[in-house]
Design a protein around this ligand. Structure first.
Ligand code: ADP
Ligand code: MG
Length: 252
């Protein structure tokens, strides 16, 4: 659990990180440092490597070359301080509140503290009336809000989100964006991929632009959206990169 003076695991440092699966080099030589407390948004076309990069950073995949290090004072044991929300929510076949309770118990939060954390998280995510419902009966958007509420209850220092609003409607998306902003207010570092440029503009403090496994640009959001430095990022913002990339698959 996070408290104001707890030692931090940040910054996160990637040093020449590559990932090869089978005979494909999917992440290529990425170096960057991600600091608290900004919202870092990863954008790029389908297949650019956004999900793989998030999984590498969260420790679900090991790099084939290079290193990923948490440089903060608590960086030797980063796992208890991070959480991740996936594109498809992973929920237990239990009630909504039990899903959060279980996550808190795994983090060894005392039972007497859990009730208030659960209530607060459900209220924030607009799910309080579903507290006793089965999580599996929620709509997709509600399930995603529950996955986020569960992460929020843990008060991680760092939260990874992989296209959390990819297939949900604008109202649920709005709630999710509000929760993300509230988490940043409370000091959680957010590292999130999205295919939604409007969402990137609304949330990002910093943008990473990925293309075919390479980090092409890392910029402050204001500077990026005003005028990206990278020509592929310019094409992507103009909406050209999706079809343009198909042609590129055939080498000249
Ligand atoms: N387990 C895997 N084995 C082989 N290729 C993979 C695997 N996972 C992802 N890829 C490939 O890696 C590339 C990047 O994938 P991904 O990170 O999911 O892209 P994004 O999230 O940006 O759409 C894609 O071309 C995808 O097909
Ligand atoms: Mg993805």
């Amino acid at each position: 659990m996070m408290s104001a003076d707890a030692p931090t695991i940040l910054p996160l440092e990637l040093n020449a990180v590559s990932l090869t699966l089978g005979d494909k080099r999917l992440i290529k030589d990425i170096s960057c440092t991600l600091e608290a407390p900004q919202i870092t948004i990863i954008i790029g076309p389908n297949g650019a490597g956004k999900s793989l990069l998030l999984r590498l950073c969260h420790g679900l995949l090991q790099p084939s070359a290079g290193a990923i290090d948490w440089r903060g004072a608590a960086g030797r044991n980063p796992s208890p301080h991070q959480a991740m929300v996936f594109q498809r929510p992973v929920l237990l076949r239990r009630s909504v509140q039990a899903n959060i309770d279980f996550a808190l118990s795994l983090r060894k939060v005392p039972r007497r503290r859990r009730r208030a954390l659960i209530e607060e998280a459900l209220t924030r995510a607009g799910l309080k009336r579903f507290a006793k419902s089965s999580a599996r009966l929620l709509s997709f958007g509600e399930q995603q809000r529950l996955a986020l509420a569960r992460s929020w209850a843990l008060r991680p220092q760092v939260l990874f989100l992989d296209e959390p609003t990819a297939s949900i409607d604008p109202a649920a998306t709005h709630v999710i964006e509000e929760v993300i902003l509230a988490m940043r207010e409370e000091g959680t570092k957010i590292i999130m991929s999205t295919h939604d440029l409007g969402q990137a503009r609304r949330l990002a403090d910093e943008v990473l632009f990925l293309h075919r496994g390479r980090l092409k640009e890392k910029s402050d959001a204001a500077a990026f959206f005003a005028a990206p430095k990278n020509d592929l990022a310019q094409a992507f913002l103009r909406g050209e990169l999706l079809w343009w990339q198909r042609r590129e698959l055939t080498p000249p």
